[in-house]
Design a protein around this ligand. Sequence first.
Ligand code: AMP
Ligand code: GLY
Length: 426
Amino acid sequence: MNVLVIGNGGREHAILLALKKSKRVEKLYCMKGNAGTSEIAENVNVDFMNIDAVKEFALANPQIDYYVVTPDDPLSIGLVDALESIGKRCFGPNKAAAQIEASKAFAKELMHKYNIPTAKSATFDNYGDALDYIRKEGAPIVLKADGLALGKGVLICDTVKQAEEGLKEIMLDKAFGSAGNKIVIEECMQGLKYTPGEEVSVLAFTDGKTIVPMITSCDHKRANDGDKGLNTGGMGTFSPCPFWSKELEKEVYESIMLPTMKAMNAEGKTFKGCLYFGLMRTNKGMKVVEYNSRFGDPETQVVLPMLKTDLLDIFEAVTDGRLADINIEWDDGACVCVVLASGGYPVHYQKGKEITIGDVGECTIVHAGTAIKDGKLVTNGGRVLNVVAKGKDVDDARKKAYAAVKNISWEGMTCRTDIGVKYREG
Ligand code: AMP
Ligand code: GLY
């Protein structure tokens, strides 16, 4: 089969690397891809946010049998619906189901309506009412712009004054554009052992009838060591999550995963694809922080290398509604991903710096913001490379990853030095 993956990041390169292992894959394509994807797939230079252009490409390329749509933006504008309308088979939710990520207000209403554990919240499209609510609830309190804001539309406010300023920024100054027309205001959840609460990402395959969790992982969203600094797209991940257990898995499956799948069905928005549960272990049990309608980045980089089952078999089973028939198996051991970023990320950074990669041992280098310019590998974004290592445990994988990091460089390269050490006490 010939398969096309839509997206440009590390997540897409990781998906392509997993698909490449499938015996049934003949040729891979990536729209638009990066320098890494071009090594294993044919990069297609079509703007995937232009639905008509993608449809035109698909009609002109009948040799492509299957499309994998991963980024939230094309999912939220209905790229899967458009491809299916011309008879193409896809992995990814349709526009209605993708709302679970595209609108935080929708996600919160869904959870409240179906008793899925999450932080108490209220949604406002009126500044005055939102301000009254903040003053009534007090601090700490969490503000979230409703729409897609590149993971940056969330403010954790320790004081009422901070919350008032944040509200003005989001709703009046439109710091996140139209994503701030509506705002979700949430109770700030407290962790069982840590502050803020300990977080775990659980990605799951679902065809709307069956939902199967993948192995767990932990992200590092802040730019600097010790979870300090600005929120980013993710500076590194490791798998499995140290505080995870069979008991937690059962609790999450019964109180969160299955009820979410059923709730989406009941709303007429059956979700088919990868549903991402951003969870927090709180002093009141496991709760949902957020849903994503897609694979996580950089979670995918540590989850898929551990998958033993053919990824294309799973994707097609999801599309065809026969996920229950597939036995999904995982490697033992652990995996760590260290993100190498451009200096200044996530604010201002330069592109076009030449990258040197030396001996990386057994590590896999997954590309994110890279390009080839005049025959040379150069930086082309904020998050540039992912150094991925497998090991017998997280420490072993961590050592291998950081040994490889030493042999990679470009002007201004930066990374966190503490990926994989949090939540050690369980
Ligand atoms: P989100 O984009 O919704 O995942 O939020 C970004 C980050 O903010 C999360 O990963 C959490 O660390 C934190 N966060 C979000 N909502 C809450 C909440 N209600 N209580 C405490 N922390 C939160
Ligand atoms: N790593 C968080 C996300 O993919 O949204």
